[in-house]
Design a protein around this ligand. Structure first.
Ligand SMILES: Nc1nc2c(c(=O)[nH]1)N[C@H]1C(S)=C(S)[C@@H](COP(=O)(O)O)O[C@H]1N2
Ligand SMILES: [Mo]
Length: 315
C-alpha cells in the first residue's frame, strides 16, 4: 500500500548527533585539529565509529559481536504507521509533532488509578540506560541504547487488584497530529498488550530516550514500551493509556491479521511467519544475515514464563 502523506520536506541540516558526546578523548583531540571543511565531512563518519563501543548504557542480552546501531539508523529507519508506512516516513512526517505536554492515564483493575502529567508519572522512578537487542517481525534487527524506567515500578505504584491479569496499552489518537491515522491501515488507535507477569518482568521498560537523549518523535515520543524478547511491534509508541484488565486485550496487529500476528509475539526462530522465515535477521548496517536467537537472546531470563505453553499455537 502506498500512502502519500505530504510532499517530502527538505532534510534538516545535519545536527551534531548525540553519539558525538561519547567520542573518546583522543577522537575529540583529533577533531579539534581538523579544518572546518573536514569536520563537516567527517561528522557523518565519527558517530558511526563512536557508537560501537561508546553508547551509554548497560548491555543486556548482547552477543560478543553485537554493536549498538548508529543513531542515524535508529532514528531514520522506523515503523510508526501513524506517520506513514515507509521506513523513512516517520522521521519526516513526525518532525513537527509536539509531544509535550503529555498526560498518561493509569486505569482499570488498580487501587490507585490516575491521570498524570508525564513529568509526575516519571519522577518517582529511576531512569536507566540499557542497551537491548531489537528484533522486528519483518526480519531486521538493531541494537539500541534505550533510556527508560521499569514498567513494574509504575504498575506496583498503581497497586493492581487480585483480578488484574493483563496490561493494555493505547497510543494517542489524534489524526490532526498523526496524519497516518486518516488512513485505514490499522485499527486506530494502535493498541498492545502484555500478560501481567510479562509487564512486571524487570527487562520490560517504558522508554523515554535513546542514546541518552529524549526520544525523537519517530521513535515514539514521549513514552513508548520496549519488550526486548518480543517482536518490535509489541513496543507501542506514544502511549497515553495503561489499563489493567482481567481479559486478554486486543492488539492492533492481531486485529488486522490474526493468522500472522498473535498476542504473545515472542521472538522465535522456529516458528515462521506465514509469509517469511524467522530463522534469520538482517542487522541494520550489516550485509550478511544473522541467525535469530530464541526469545531474541533473552531466553535465560524469560523462558520460564512460558514453560508448559505450546509456542507454536501461542505465537
Ligand atoms: N503506535 C505505534 N507503535 C509502534 C508501531 C506503530 O506503527 N505505531 N510500530 C511498531 C513496530 S512494527 C516496530 S518494529 C517498532 C519500531 O520502533 P523503532 O522505530 O523505535 O525502531 O515500533 C512499534 N510500535
Ligand atoms: Mo516491526
Amino acid at each position: 500500500m502506498l500512502i502519500r502523506l505530504a510532499a517530502p520536506k527538505d532534510v534538516r541540516p545535519s545536527d551534531i548527533t548525540p553519539e558525538s558526546m561519547y567520542l573518546s578523548r583522543r577522537e575529540w583531540l583529533a577533531a579539534a585539529g581538523l579544518t572546518v571543511g573536514a569536520i563537516a565531512g567527517a561528522a557523518a563518519l565519527w558517530p558511526r565509529r563512536a557508537s560501537a563501543q561508546q553508547a551509554p548504557g548497560k548491555p543486556y542480552g548482547l552477543q560478543p559481536d553485537d554493536r549498538p546501531t548508529p543513531w542515524e539508523d535508529v532514528t531514520s529507519y522506523n515503523n510508526f504507521y501513524e506517520f506513514g508506512t515507509d521506513k523513512s516516513d516517520p522521521a519526516q512526517e513526525a518532525r513537527d509533532f509536539k509531544p509535550l505536554p503529555w498526560t498518561v492515564q493509569v486505569e482499570g483493575l488498580v487501587k490507585k488509578p490516575g491521570a498524570y502529567a508525564l513529568e509526575d508519572f516519571l519522577k518517582p522512578s529511576k531512569l536507566e540506560d540499557r542497551i537491548y537487542r531489537h528484533r522486528c517481525v519483518e526480519a531486521w534487527s538493531m541494537v539500541v541504547p534505550w533510556r527508560g524506567i521499569m514498567l513494574a515500578d509504575v504498575l506496583k505504584r498503581a497497586e493492581p487488584t487480585a483480578g488484574a491479569k493483563y496490561v493494555a496499552f493505547t497510543t494517542l489518537y489524534d489524526p490532526a497530529r498523526m496524519p497516518g491515522q486518516r488512513y485505514p491501515v490499522l485499527r486506530w488507535p494502535y493498541t498492545e498488550g502484555l500478560r501481567l507477569d510479562e509487564a512486571m518482568h524487570p527487562l520490560t521498560l517504558l522508554v523515554t530516550g535513546v542514546y541518552g537523549r529524549d526520544l525523537p518523535n519517530q521513535n515514539g515520543a514521549p513514552l513508548r514500551l520496549v519488550v526486548p524478547w518480543k517482536y518490535g511491534f509489541k513496543g507501542i509508541k506514544s502511549i497515553v493509556r495503561i489499563r489493567l484488565t482481567d481479559a486478554q486485550p486486543a492488539t492492533a496487529w492481531n486485529v488486522s491479521a490474526p493468522n500472522e500476528y498473535g498476542f504473545y509475539s515472542n521472538v522465535n526462530p522456529t516458528v515462521d511467519h506465514p509469509r517469511w522465515s524467522q530463522a534469520k535477521e538482517r542487522r541494520i548496517g550489516e550485509f550478511l544475515r544473522r541467525p535469530t536467537l530464541m526469545f531474541n537472546g533473552y531466553a535465560d531470563q524469560v523462558a520460564s514464563m512460558y514453560s508448559g505453553m505450546d509456542l507454536r499455537r501461542n505465537y
